[in-house]
Design a protein around this ligand. Structure first.
Ligand code: C2E
Ligand code: CA
Ligand code: CA
Ligand code: CA
Length: 281
């Protein structure tokens, strides 16, 4: 038994070593990814639902992509945490903001309707003192009104330090930028904070949307979130909508917006523009 234990221990450590070796490799590669042009953005359309059963594209969510010449595509789920832990998320996040807003401008120039651009913020960026000034500078640089930008902050990041969150939210709100709470329902925000947070939208996490058609509890949760949001004057957007059944339920309960594979996967900028133009003409 003792020998087994030692083998198990050895196996465990070599597993851990392999994991941290990969993390180290990625961190080093990520350090040069920006300057080497390996990062790009894909854009997923956001749809407003109308009573008539129609839906139309009202915005895009910018999603970071990393393609390394040897490692191939690395998932954001893997590299974002590494970027956060190493501080690399600050320069990368700055680039994302600049690139997403510049793209929005190019779409304007190409004749797309005036969409909004949703950009994900990491808790590290949100806590950084320079954020409100950076956002203002970037908007001015690109020549984009603040109202076109929506910053997404996860519920966990907002609740990490609610009083700091409130201060930063007030500053951003004062500059005219809208904020959404991302992955709503996976954190632990209290109703008291929701009232104080300067947010305009709750993005219902896809884990509640996934089993909507066969899970009565998920239906009850989503229904409660939509009603509560509406009572607080907040908009709701459901993420990860993949089926007509999910869409029908969300529409019936009064969810205002959706995104998901049912409509479109995240797309490169050109394909996004084609997608929007093909639906509006
Ligand atoms: P998120 O912000 O919750 O983004 C939604 C994720 O769900 C995206 O994964 C998107 O591709 C995926 N998705 C969209 N529709 C569907 C659907 O119908 N079904 C399913 N199963 N998935 C769907 P992605 O692009 O892999 O991004 C993962 C996470 O990485 C994001 O989750 C976000 O937290 C983070 N992330 C991505 N880009 C950035 C960024 O620029 N900055 C920061 N800080 N985080 C980012
Ligand atoms: Ca998001
Ligand atoms: Ca989300
Ligand atoms: Ca998520």
């Amino acid at each position: 038994a003792k020998r087994d234990g030692r083998n198990a221990y050895r196996f465990f450590t070599s597993e851990m070593q392999a994991q941290s070796a990969r993390a180290l490799l990625l961190e080093n590669a990520l350090r040069r990814a920006l300057e080497r042009g390996q990062l790009s953005l894909h854009y997923q359309p956001l749809f407003a639902l109308e009573g008539s059963g129609e839906s139309h594209v009202v915005g895009a969510e910018a999603l970071l992509r990393w393609r390394h010449p040897e490692l191939g595509w690395v998932s954001p789920a893997e590299f974002i945490p590494i970027a956060e832990a190493s501080g690399l998320i600050l320069p990368i996040g700055e680039w994302v903001l600049q690139e997403a807003l510049s793209q929005l401008r190019r779409w304007d120039e190409a004749g797309l309707p005036a969409l909004s651009m949703a950009v994900n913020l990491s808790a590290v960026q949100f806590r950084h003192d320079d954020l409100p000034a950076l956002v203002e500078r970037t908007l001015a640089d690109v020549g984009m009104p603040a109202e076109r930008l929506e910053l997404e902050l996860t519920e966990g990041a907002a609740m990490d330090n609610p009083s700091v969150a409130i201060t930063v939210m007030n500053k951003l709100h004062g500059r005219g930028v809208r904020l959404s709470i991302d992955d709503f329902g996976t954190g632990y925000s209290s109703l008291a904070y929701l009232k104080k947070f300067r947010v305009s939208k709750l993005k219902i996490d896809q884990s509640f949307v996934r089993d909507l058609t066969d899970d009565a509890e998920d239906r009850a949760i989503v229904d409660a979130v939509i009603r509560m949001a509406s009572a607080l004057g907040l908009q709701t957007l459901a993420e990860g909508v993949e089926t007509e059944g999910q869409l029908a339920f969300l529409r019936r309960q009064g969810c205002q917006a959706v995104q998901g594979y049912l409509f479109s996967r995240p797309l490169p900028a050109e394909a996004f523009a084609e997608f929007v133009l093909s639906r509006t003409t």
